[in-house]
Design a protein around this ligand. Structure first.
Ligand code: FAD
Length: 445
């Protein structure tokens, strides 16, 4: 069977590897140029946090050992507080519970190389999907440079073409489909923390750096050349209002002025990106079309799970295809049934984590709660697992992780209430003595 994959992002390239392993012929069409042919400047690459789900998928196709040397470990969060303190919050209770920062370009080129080395996989760059017959899986494409149009026939089309998927639009057109899209009122801009003149890192490298704030937030991932790529998040209209970014950031996050020597220039030159969350259904059509990754569930980036869940989709879809040999209709339906409840939960978690990063990280109470979580995880290994650990360091399905975290929270609240009651009971004799001594009939503790 021949499958047409649209989009050579993380999901499309990984899926090509999986499908080739199952013996499919795979034609991948991508509107951008081959990232292997661009020089560094042309393909300015963002970096992404790779965690357990992505790692599991890349290990499954035998690529993690090749990729690991291209990543920088992030062992926890370095939280930059206004007074200058930078407390470090480890990611997990155990040594191996870390994230890996990887350049999107490094990830994609590794995946494309691996996919192309399999028999039956061909990549066609600079080809944009412009039309789709969802009943026959015929895809219409246009070459971005020459404008030449072509139609590609196949047994099925998989849309891995991101949040604004054209495959999804053509598949849903005229059907009773659900589509829920939100654009966050905050956008983002990239800012660099370059290596120092002597080539060393200007700040602790093996960490995700966060500058939390209610009206501005920065997150920075490390790179292998000792630089870090920062992402400044602001309410979208604020980007235009800020005329002096050094003054604006200097007031809120004083240490960024030393860390970002090119701040003013980059602020002026770099575009504002928008953040979108998408829930949609159906994810497939009669064994002819299916969607993976952001095309069927884009989430805000604040849990660092968009790409990881896109890679995990491919693992789930691959298993469904294996469980229903020769019946893509059944495989696609099973894939959506198994997967959608979990990516819906991820959408909620990603929205909540925006509030955590922005508002709660500075709170001593929040830091204390995080510490308590880690202590409990160490004291009760396997029995107490913080939600963040389950999402980022395990492959427990998202909805199951949330349900378990809620049970743990209820226990903690119960224990808190028990401690309070025990405290009252212990204090009762003293209260009675006080009441008797003062001759009053009631005392409110
Ligand atoms: P995409 O990466 O969007 O790839 C889609 C591909 O399809 C693109 O190459 C595009 O050119 C191509 N395409 C689109 N339309 C067409 C067409 N008509 N014809 C042909 N080709 C087409 N996720 C994490 O897991 N960890 C992180 O730390 C993280 N950080 C992020 C930070 C920011 C600021 C943002 C915005 C996102 C972040 N994400 C992160 C999310 C992550 O980038 C996405 O979830 C992930 O890239 C989705 O992969 P995908 O392959 O589904 O789609």
């Amino acid at each position: 069977m021949r499958i047409t994959v649209i989009g050579a992002g993380p999901a499309g390239t990984l899926l090509a590897c999986y499908l080739a392993r199952r013996g499919f012929r795979v034609e991948v069409y991508e509107r951008r140029a081959d990232p292997r042919l661009l020089d560094e400047d042309e393909s300015r690459s963002i970096n992404l946090g790779l965690s357990a789900r992505g790692i599991a998928a890349l290990t499954d196709i035998g690529l993690m050992d090749t990729l690991r040397p291209l990543t920088v470990p992030m062992r926890g969060r370095a939280i930059h507080l206004p007074g200058g303190a930078v407390p470090f919050q480890p990611y997990g209770a155990h040594e191996g519970e870390i994230l890996h920062s990887v350049l999107r370009r490094d990830l994609i080129t590794t995946l494309v190389d691996h996919a192309e080395a399999q028999p039956g996989v061909t990549f066609h760059f600079r080809h944009r999907l412009v039309g789709l017959d969802r009943e026959t899986a015929a895809a219409r494409l246009v070459h971005e440079d020459t404008g030449a149009a072509s139609t590609v026939e196949g047994d099925a089309v998989i849309g891995a073409d991101g949040a604004f998927s054209q495959v999804r639009a053509h598949m849903h057109h005229g059907l009773r489909a659900e589509h829920h899209q939100e654009i966050l009122e905050w956008g983002y801009k990239e800012l660099t923390i370059p290596a120092a003149d002597d080539g060393s890192a200007r700040t602790r490298l093996e960490a995700l750096h966060v500058w939390p704030g209610e009206d501005a937030l920065i997150v920075a991932h490390p790179n292998r050349d000792n630089s870090l790529t920062g992402t400044l998040f602001l309410p979208v209209e604020r980007f235009g209002e800020v005329t002096d970014p050094e003054e604006f950031l200097g007031e809120r996050f004083p240490d960024t002025l030393d860390l970002m020597p090119h701040l003013a220039k980059e602020y002026a030159e770099h575009p504002v990106g928008h953040l979108v969350s998408i829930r949609t259904s159906p994810w497939h059509h009669r064994g002819r079309v299916a969607l993976v990754g952001d095309a069927c569930h884009a989430v805000y980036p604040f849990y660092g799970q968009g790409m990881n869940s896109a890679l995990e989709d491919c693992t789930v879809l691959d298993r469904c295809v294996g469980d229903h040999p020769g019946d893509l209709g059944a495989a696609f339906a099973e894939y959506q049934r198994l997967r959608k409840p979990h990516t819906d939960v991820l959408d909620e978690l990603s929205k909540q984590n925006f509030v955590e990063l922005r508002d709660r990280l500075r709170s001593p109470l929040h830091l204390l709660r995080k510490k308590a979580d880690l202590l409990l995880a160490r004291a009760l290994p396997g029995r107490w697992v913080p939600l963040y650990t389950m999402i980022s360091h395990t492959t427990v399905p998202y909805a199951d992780a949330l349900a378990r975290a809620r049970r743990q929270d209820a226990l903690l609240r119960g224990a808190g209430a028990a401690v309070a009651v025990a405290g009252l009971l212990a204090a009762a004799p003293a209260v009675v003595r006080l009441v008797r001594g003062s001759g009053r009939s009631t005392v409110t503790p």
